[in-house]
Write a protein that binds this ligand. Structure first.
Ligand code: GRF
Length: 204
């Protein structure tokens, strides 16, 4: 299945998706970043994947940025659009255009801790569990139907866990979970119907 991946930074999730792409029947046609310095662009180049940078600061409105972004995406006619650490809020029109075929990974156990700095906020809230969620993208930021989650225990939080150490543990789970969920999609097992994520015909 042809896909496009959107990133903003390091691209470790992108790397995991690239590494699993044959096994999960995904042909990554392009990687798009809103930052030219994103290390993920180098990862894509190394894998001979086309890259694009679209600097959101060059646009005077979110709508114009979204339009330019969809112009690039649509050149590749992807069946799946993967947000792998893409740190821009997307407008309603954009999300509608890719409804049912756009997935996002978010580093928290949604619906808890939507938004930014999740690891630090989890520590401050003294949570005993943290993790990652993958969801269909809708116009609600971090609010679309959840497809899958993986959790990590927070141990010795006061003495040893920092936002960085927690992020590393969550990322290990992210790297396993995202290819698995993408594979469900490329196999035609995962769908969005009436704002519910459906796997093998059952509501998740
Ligand atoms: C991940 O934690 C992802 O869940 C979040 O941003 C981070 C991106 O990491 N949205 P990477 O660029 O994939 O290494």
């Amino acid at each position: 299945m042809d896909g496009v991946v959107l990133i903003s930074g390091n691209g470790s999730n992108l790397q995991s998706i690239i590494d699993h792409s044959t096994a999960i029947d995904l042909d990554i046609k392009a990687v798009i970043s809103n930052h030219s310095s994103a290390y993920g662009l180098k990862r894509a180049e190394r894998a001979n994947i086309s890259t694009h940078t679209l600097d959101h600061k060059q646009f005077s409105s979110r709508e114009e940025f979204d339009q330019a972004l969809s112009n690039i995406i649509n050149q590749y006619n992807p069946e799946i659009v993967i947000l792998a650490g893409f740190m821009r809020i997307l407008g309603a029109e954009f999300t509608h255009q890719y409804s049912g075929k756009m997935l996002n990974i978010h580093p928290s156990l949604l619906p808890k801790f939507q938004g930014l700095n999740t690891h630090q906020r989890v520590i401050e809230a003294k949570e005993s569990q943290h993790g990652v969620s993958i969801h269909f993208v809708t116009e609600q930021l971090d609010g679309g139907p959840i497809i899958a989650q993986a959790s990590v225990d927070i141990i010795d939080i006061i003495d040893t866990d920092t936002a960085e150490s927690l992020a590393k543990r969550v990322l290990l789970e992210e790297h396993k979970l995202f290819p698995k969920v993408i594979h469900w999609f490329t196999q035609g097992r995962l769908k969005l119907e009436k704002n519910h994520a459906i796997l093998d015909g059952k509501v998740l």
